[in-house]
Design a protein around this ligand. Structure first.
Ligand code: MSP
Length: 491
């Protein structure tokens, strides 16, 4: 984090609108939201900016629109609205929801492309040049793909035979920027976390087989995109269009937000788009003479019960359905507590009900109802808690992208408090007429109330509604017996 400015700019990707949002998109966005909420608390609302949105141009999106018999713009409006709606349902709180078909974005992309056209590489070459390309293109990845990357002649990520294309394009001279990018990555000035992903990128650079990348596609193959300003036979390559969002959304080059927030402290994504963010994006920024982001945080690609998530297999998990069953807070808890950030991740939805009952109904929910019941019965609802005594439980883990571990440390407190009740048996002390026992009872309940306050505070970035509810209960002038459980038992 930038010490001087005390600000935090965090980005999740702009998702393709070729299909509805699923749990993979949700994971990245929830992680970004946890950080945004955490840093808002630490640095103040005005010093944190969290961005996500939708990536709406290119062949992939145009094909999806055509398949549904819709005009591209009408189609992207529809799917983009679904993404926006699902983030609202999950109560994630981006400061802006940016769309690449927004005229404000398009205008700045055109300026950026024009600037690149004039720019020189560190070796004194033009950054952009025109050349013929003949080779393979994977529409699913929206990238030129090499025979060496194929498995059985297919793109391994999309299980599809790539298209053979032959076209004139404009190219970006990536080669000339690689030595500088390498230095940034090696020295962690551009941190790539976890280190295995950093090594993967350095390996790619060291292989010296990285070709330049195209910044345009022929309108014959991609009619849906931003016009290349000086060549109307070309559209801006969708990745150059999309990556620019991280600065266009801030009003680059003169916007107040841009001046305050760029460079980003954290750009979050899965490994599928690491190369674009770790090589192409820094190269574009260097060519524009702009600072690079501070860090890229890369998580694994989910499988569902061991299988790739796909519409054909029919195992796509929709976040809106999870929210309907569990509500936003619990959905976030269930997703984040399944595996560590960056690890290979298999989602086991069949574990969700068990985990809900164990951790939320019997764990946290039970603790809240036991403590409040006892305070209402034995202390006439009167107890004092002290905000100043709250410790930053889980904070170090959040800062280090260990979200599951942060939740584990909060749940350890919950367990400890529950077993303290079992051991000290306040209900027995309540029966005693010895004054020392009454004093002890009060002490124990005060201690437990403070624990609840502590737990609620630590939960805020993950489960904001639950956190607020518990704080409301525990800081009430007179605590009453809870009318309903925090988490209803599910069959
Ligand atoms: N539009 C580009 C990103 C441009 S950012 C300038 C894109 N979009 S995407 O819709 O395919 O989203 C990719 C991202 O969505 C991944 O990097 C990850 O954050 C999330 N995920 C999509 N599917 C996923 C899984 N199956 N598992 C985990 N995350 C996944 O690429």
């Amino acid at each position: 984090m930038s010490e001087k400015k005390k600000k935090f700019y965090i980005t999740a990707p702009l998702y393709y609108v070729n299909g509805e949002p699923h749990i993979g998109h949700a994971y990245t966005t929830i992680v970004a939201d946890v950080l945004a909420r955490f840093y808002r608390h630490e640095l103040g609302d005005n010093n944190v900016y969290f961005l996500t949105g939708t990536d709406e141009h290119g062949a992939k999106v145009a094909e999806a629109a055509a398949k549904r018999g819709m005009e591209p713009q009408a189609f992207v409006d529809k799917i983009s609205a679904q993404f926006k709606a699902v983030w609202q349902e999950l109560e994630v709180t981006p400061n802006d929801f940016w769309r690449t078909t927004d005229p404000a974005h398009i205008k700045i992309v055109v300026d950026i492309i024009n600037t690149l056209k004039q720019a020189q590489t560190p070796a004194g070459n033009d950054v952009l040049y025109e050349a013929d390309y003949e080779g393979l293109y994977c529409v699913g990845c929206e990238k030129f793909i090499f025979a060496s990357e194929l498995v059985d002649g297919k793109c391994p990520l999309h299980n599809k035979v790539p298209e053979q294309v032959k076209e004139k394009n404009w190219f970006f001279r990536l080669q000339d920027f690689l030595p500088t990018i390498k230095k940034f990555i090696e020295s962690d000035q551009l941190l790539i976390y976890p280190v295995s992903r950093k090594n993967e990128v350095l390996g790619l650079i060291d292989k010296q087989t990285l070709p330049d990348f195209s910044i345009s596609r022929s309108i014959k193959s991609v009619p849906w995109g931003i016009d290349l300003p000086w060549d109307k036979t070309q559209k801006v390559y969708v990745w150059v269009d999309a990556l620019s969002n991280y600065i266009t959304a801030l009003g680059y080059p003169n916007g107040k937000l841009y001046k305050k927030f760029w460079p980003a402290e954290a750009q979050i994504m899965a490994l599928d788009i690491l190369k674009f963010h770790a090589l192409y994006w820094p190269a574009i920024l260097l060519a524009l003479k702009l600072p690079l982001p501070k860090a890229l945080y890369i998580h694994g690609f989910f499988t569902i019960d061991g299988q790739k998530m796909s519409k054909t297999i029919g195992n796509v998990i929709r976040p809106d359905e999870l929210v309907q069953t569990y509500g936003p807070d619990v959905t976030k808890y269930l997703i984040l507590s399944q595996f560590s950030f960056g690890a290979e991740s298999d989602i086991k939805v069949e574990d969700f009900p068990k985990k809900y009952n164990a951790d939320l109904v019997n764990g946290l929910g039970n603790l809240v109802s036991r403590v409040t019941n006892m305070i209402a019965s034995y202390l006439d609802g009167h107890v004092s808690v002290d905000k100043k005594k709250i410790k930053p439980v889980g904070a170090a883990e959040i800062i280090n992208f260990k979200f599951r571990e942060a939740l584990l440390s909060i749940w350890q407190l919950i367990q400890q408090a529950n077993s303290q009740i079992d051991q000290t048996k306040p209900w027995e002390l309540a029966k005693s007429i010895v004054p020392a026992d009454k004093k002890k009872l009060k002490q124990i309940l005060e201690y437990l109330a403070q624990d609840l306050y502590q737990i609620a505070a630590a939960l805020e970035p993950f489960m904001p509604d639950t956190s607020a509810k518990i704080i409301r209960i525990i800081t009430a002038k007179k605590i009453s017996k809870p009318a309903e459980p925090l988490f209803p038992r599910k069959q």
